[in-house]
Design a protein around this ligand. Structure first.
Ligand code: HEC
Ligand code: HEC
Ligand code: HEC
Ligand code: HEC
Length: 307
């Protein structure tokens, strides 16, 4: 019986089928349009223009970013806000990553909106008050995610080369241990709040240099000479030092000591020991001692005087 439907009923069925298909098709189209819009919004809201200028509260972070080596550098490649701050790439994300990206942006957006709406950072003073906490929170975020955004651009495995084995030694250890903390050594890397200026006084303490001298005599003088005049290894004072390290960051010299030179000497140094040796080298090159010890790797962004 049921198979023998009357003609009008069959027509009604066909019409209904047509409507449902049309509606379904419409929904699919709408879905595609929404997705495309979402994607544009995601990409647009990750752009430098959006991140740096839409919110008044980002004014200072943006200015400091423009003074960093990631804004302007010798290779002419610029890292955008999103490339460091957002761990997923909207244009090459898997479906799951995309959902995570949307959640990430939703959470961030809500927070940023809250700050902006409450005018919590309307003046530079208020911004300065909140900056340490914001910095800290993003540093923690990067550490928890093993500096994935940094490593996306910098392949640590390919560092170094005959002219700077130091870079390979220093970074290779992190790769092996799969444990990264870029900001421990590289400060001011995304945002440079004040141009690093050469210090005038107080690079290290006299005690530090004295303890560095002992270490140097024991581990380094055989190759570099007791008075740093050079032997199998280059001189570490005078013109040679100046040409090699004038204008360089302390980080560069420290990297040599902690990395390949410790290996040359067949030993390893704690951070403190390697800083003491660095203090001794600074002393021998005429930089004055002061009250503050060169204690923290964060000071290693300071640059040595050109002359
Ligand atoms: C090269 C990577 C990099 C780029 C590009 C970058 N940042 Fe950052 N940002 C960082 C790091 C790292 C920190 C953590 C604090 C620090 O070490 O300076 C940070 C911190 C911040 C903070 C917290 C406050 C502070 O200044 O410490 C804000 C806000 C911020 N960034 C916004 C932005 C905006 C907006 C842009 C683009 C205009 C941007 N960032 C571009 C790496 C970057
Ligand atoms: C979009 C790619 C990109 C991202 C993301 C990125 N960098 Fe860079 N980074 C660069 C480029 C390009 C340079 C300039 C290279 C040069 O000058 O030889 C650079 C330079 C550097 C330098 C040398 C700076 C100097 O003073 O000469 C360090 C250190 C560095 N980046 C660390 C980081 C850290 C840490 C992060 C994560 C917070 C990061 N980078 C994220 C592309 C990137
Ligand atoms: C233990 C300290 C230390 C840590 C941690 C560290 N670096 Fe470095 N990095 C150095 C030293 C030292 C240099 C050489 C600096 C120089 O010559 O000015 C350097 C140089 C670099 C350069 C410039 C390379 C070039 O060829 O000019 C980049 C880029 C860089 N590091 C990225 C990173 C990234 C990304 C991380 C985190 C995954 C990281 N570093 C963690 C000590 C460190
Ligand atoms: C086995 C000999 C030897 C020992 C031990 C040694 N060095 Fe070196 N050092 C060299 C040589 C050779 C170079 C030249 C660069 C290279 O071959 O890597 C050098 C380069 C350096 C540089 C870079 C200078 C430049 O012009 O490139 C510094 C800084 C340095 N050594 C410090 C030390 C310190 C500090 C110690 C003790 C912890 C030490 N070295 C132990 C042989 C040695």
């Amino acid at each position: 019986m049921s198979s023998e439907m009357s003609t009008p009923t069959r027509h009604a069925h066909a019409r209904r089928f047509l409507w449902i298909s049309l509606a379904g098709f419409g929904f699919v189209l709408l879905g595609i349009a929404l997705l495309a819009l979402t994607n544009r919004a995601v990409i647009w809201s990750s752009s430098d223009r959006f991140c740096g200028t839409t919110c008044h509260s980002m004014t200072w972070a943006n200015t400091a970013y423009q003074q960093s080596p990631h804004y302007r550098n010798s290779v002419g490649v610029r890292a955008s806000c999103g490339e460091c701050h957002i761990p997923y790439d909207a244009e090459h994300a898997t479906a799951i990553e995309y959902v995570k990206l949307l959640l990430f942006k939703g959470e961030r957006g809500a927070k940023d909106f809250w700050f902006e709406a409450n005018r919590a950072m309307a003046t530079e003073e208020e911004w300065e008050k909140r900056r340490p906490a914001l910095s800290h929170s993003f540093e923690n975020y990067l550490t928890r995610h093993n500096y994935i955004t940094c490593r996306g651009c910098h392949s640590l495995e390919s560092f170094g080369g005959p002219r700077s084995p130091m870079k390979l030694v220093i970074h290779g250890g992190m790769v092996k241990a799969n444990n990264y903390n870029c900001l421990a050594c590289h400060t001011n890397i995304g945002h440079t709040y004040s141009a690093p200026s050469p210090k005038v006084s107080g690079w290290y303490t006299a005690e530090q240099a004295a303890s560095g001298e002992k270490l140097f005599e024991h581990s380094c003088s055989s190759c570099h000479g007791r008075k740093l005049e050079g032997a199998a290894g280059p001189a570490l004072s005078g013109v040679t030092w100046q040409q090699r390290f004038g204008g360089a960051k302390l980080l560069t010299v420290w990297g040599e000591i902690k990395g390949p030179m410790a290996a040359y000497a067949g030993t390893s140094f704690t951070t403190q020991e390697s800083l003491d040796i660095l203090a001794f080298l600074l002393q021998q090159n005429g930089l004055p001692a002061g009250k503050q010890p060169l204690a923290d790797t964060r000071e290693l962004s300071d640059t040595l005087p050109e002359k």
